[in-house]
Design a protein around this ligand. Structure first.
Ligand code: ADP
Length: 716
């Protein structure tokens, strides 16, 4: 604030200086002509009465000469522009001119001296008049007054004193007093004049600023897109600008004096308007309140209102000033966005629901296909051809299962149901496990597989999901390779605690255009058409890696090979203490354990195919089992027989698996192991099972090894 203040006061000072010098020079034409007249009168009166006529002539020429030079100086000044007039030289020239003029007048009693007392007194009176007159034109500056007055009066007083006469001595004293008062009066006039100049300049400046402000306000009022409306305490409109005319459709003359509520308010908004009015009456300003309004043509519009109460000096509300912005378009866009978002969410939800129920429905028949196929593999009587057919069915079934699992993953991710458990994953363990899983496939395709299981260090990830991504990349690298090609997986430390795991193959590669869409769901490239695949593995991998706060990418050259990489937070130089168990899902050679027969298992399952399958599986594992068609039958059977374990389907008629488990626990049996068999692979299903009192849960299709391991866990 300070600098601007000093700038404006500097500006004012300059104005004052300019005004002063102009007033000083401006006074000269009048004072010079008056001085010439007085000079000529004095000369004429004194003519013939002076001691020396020659001295009087010298005085006359001196004073007229000085007047003439000053007139020319004054004329030159008037021809200069503002900036030049402000130059210091004009001030100095005026001061010198005034001093010389004062001196010339002071010479009058010396050069025009008359021994006759009445003529000398005449000189005295004339000089006093000149001095008094000079007050009006020279008092704009204190210095000019002094410069004129002092030489003129001192010379006069000295001349009077030289007379050595008591009358003149008294006159000299009176004159001295007169000079003193003239000077102090001059000083006062100077001060007042100064102040007047300042006040006038300030007032001029303010007047101009106010005028400018009015102009601006008028312009804004007319051109702003904001409706500016004022109304009195009775709600009658007093101000209505152009924007208000445009927004609400009423002209200025139609609106003035009308009730604002009737003009702009739709019936639906009266409650909101009433609330707003109450706030205003409490002297509260209301900003950004959105109200549904209506136009003259009864069209509904949305306006954002900024409203303030106007108060008088007693702080009583005398009216309201309001601004309204038409936001109908914005509001409509917002509503359209919300609606389309809701629709998109609904469609997405429907898609996810469809996918998850589809995959559930597919799991049930798949359970039978894969289960029976697995059992058939152990049938010793089958011919080679039949075994090969069984193997084909098994492969196709597994592929279908993979597709179902992947669709389920996709649905889970989209629903936001997929939960990750982030931990430090030891790379060596993970590498070892995936190597064990993919090396048979690599061998089958005659490819060299190089997975560096010596990799030290860890990454922050979900163990199972990281393995899933690695398996997807490795199986792709194997599937889309060439004969005798190679596949390798390596870990590399990048800067900032980031580890890159890259899977490189010497396969057919991917073209640059195709690279763009490779991570989109169901994007299978033409070249892949003769190779089994679902087209969603990479899209799931991308979403999983991103959920693990990592990134995934690829670089590839057609007919040379591809390099798929993922980057995750981690460190390669430290070995994590985490131990991961290497689970090989290979089925034990000996399925049947003699001791199992002593365990009696109750199976509750309603689907006939699944009934046959699970009973056959249990038989293959050497267990004795009895079957109940539903939960109610299972409960009835348990009244008479003690079972060692209950395997139950979840969805059954009459009493379902959850109700069955709950009833058993409610009846006080807390020791019987209850294991669910469910086609639902969602984690929340598992939680539901545990909540109902079950001990564990096996997802269909039931893998023989998993069934064996789970039963042994609870029956040992
Ligand atoms: P798919 O089940 O078809 O393998 P993915 O989502 O895993 O589904 O892969 C999508 C497509 O990307 C594949 O069909 C294949 O055309 C291409 N692709 C993936 N990995 C490679 C690779 N290493 N080399 C060449 N093409 C690949």
């Amino acid at each position: 604030m300070e600098p601007s203040k000093s700038i404006s006061s500097d500006h004012l000072d300059q104005h004052v200086q300019l005004e002063e010098i102009r007033l000083l020079y401006g006074g000269t034409p009048f004072s010079f002509s008056a001085a010439v007249v007085i000079t000529l009168i004095i000369y004429n009166v004194l003519l013939g009465h002076v001691t020396s006529q020659q001295n009087l002539n010298i005085w006359l020429f001196t004073i007229l000469g000085v007047m003439f030079i000053r007139s020319i100086d004054s004329y030159l000044f008037s021809k200069r522009n503002k900036q030049q007039q402000l130059e210091k030289k004009w001030r100095i020239r005026f001061y010198i001119g005034t001093g010389i003029a004062g001196l010339s007048w002071g010479l009058l009693p010396w050069l025009g001296y008359s021994a006759e007392i009445e003529y000398f007194s005449f000189i005295l009176v004339c000089l006093v008049g000149v001095v008094a007159g000079s007050l009006s034109t020279l008092a704009y500056r204190w210095e000019t007054l002094a410069l004129f007055l002092l030489p003129a009066s001192i010379l006069l007083i000295l001349r009077i004193l030289a007379e050595n006469n008591s009358f003149f001595n008294a006159t000299a004293f009176v004159l001295l007093v007169f000079i003193f008062f003239s000077l102090s009066a001059g000083k006062k006039i100077f001060n007042n004049t100064q102040q007047n100049i300042r006040l006038r300049l300030e007032a001029d400046g303010r007047e101009r600023a106010i005028e400018l402000m009015h102009q601006k306000q008028a312009l804004h009022l007319q051109n702003t897109p904001l409706a500016i409306i004022e109304f009195d305490i009775d709600l009658n409109v007093t101000e209505w600008n152009k924007a208000a005319e445009n927004i609400f459709g009423y002209s200025h003359s139609e609106a003035i004096g009308e009730n604002i509520m009737r003009l702009v308010l739709s019936r639906d908004s009266s409650v909101e308007a009433e609330k707003l009015w109450q706030r205003l009456l409490n002297h509260e300003a209301v900003t950004g309140s959105v109200i549904e309004n209506k136009t003259k043509s009864k069209e509904a519009i949305f306006c954002e209102w900024f409203v303030t109460p106007l108060t008088d000096e007693k702080n009583e509300i005398v009216g309201i000033a309001a601004m309204a912005l038409d936001i109908t378009e914005k509001k409509q866009n917002e509503l359209a966005i919300i609606k389309s978002k809701e629709e998109a969410e609904k469609a997405n939800q429907a898609k996810s629901d469809f996918l998850s129920s589809m995959s559930h429905e597919l799991r049930t028949p798949l359970n039978a296909i894969l289960g029976f196929t697995q059992l058939l593999k152990y049938e010793k009587t089958l011919s080679k051809k039949q075994q090969s057919h069984i193997s084909e069915i098994s492969n196709a079934g597994n592929l279908l299962l993979e597709l179902v699992n992947q669709i389920l993953d996709l649905a889970r991710i989209e629903k936001g149901h997929l939960q990750l458990s982030m931990e430090k994953v030891t790379l060596a363990d993970c590498f070892k496990e995936v190597r064990a899983m993919v090396s048979p496939l690599a061998e089958k395709n005659d490819l060299s597989l190089d997975i560096n299981i010596e990799s030290n260090g860890y990454v922050i990830a979900d163990y199972t999901r990281l393995k899933q991504v690695m398996l997807n990349l490795l199986s792709n690298a194997i599937k889309y390779n060439v004969e005798h090609g190679s596949v390798s997986m390596k870990a590399l430390q990048k800067e900032n605690g980031v580890v890159r795991i890259s899977v490189t193959d010497s396969g057919r590669g991917i073209s640059q255009e195709q690279l763009q869409e490779i991570f989109l769901p169901f994007s299978r490239l033409n070249t892949a058409s003769n190779i089994e695949g679902t087209g969603i593995g990479l899209s799931i991998s991308k979403q999983l890696v991103e959920m693990m706060n990592g990134s995934i990418g690829v670089s590839s050259t057609l007919n040379k090979g591809s390099d798929f990489w993922i980057e995750l937070a981690g460190n390669l130089n430290i070995t994590s203490a985490i131990e991961s168990k290497s689970k090989t899902m290979l089925l034990d050679d000996s399925l049947n354990d003699e001791t199992n027969a002593s365990n009696n298992i109750l199976v509750a399952e309603d689907n006939p195919t699944n009934q046959t399958l699970i009973m056959s599986q249990l038989e293959a594992l050497g267990y004795t089992a009895e079957l109940a068609e539903n939960g109610q039958e299972a409960l009835n059977m348990m009244v008479n027989t003690d079972y060692h374990l209950l395997l139950t389907d979840c969805n059954m008629p009459l009493v379902d698996g959850y109700k069955l488990a709950q009833t058993i626990r409610d009846r006080g049996n807390h020791t019987l192991p209850i294991i669910a068999l469910t086609a639902d692979a969602f984690p929340e299903k598992k939680a539901d099972c545990l909540k109902a009192g079950m001990n564990d849960h096996i997802t269909k299709p039931v893998n023989l090894q998993t069934l064996k391991d789970t039963l042994e866990k609870y029956l040992s």
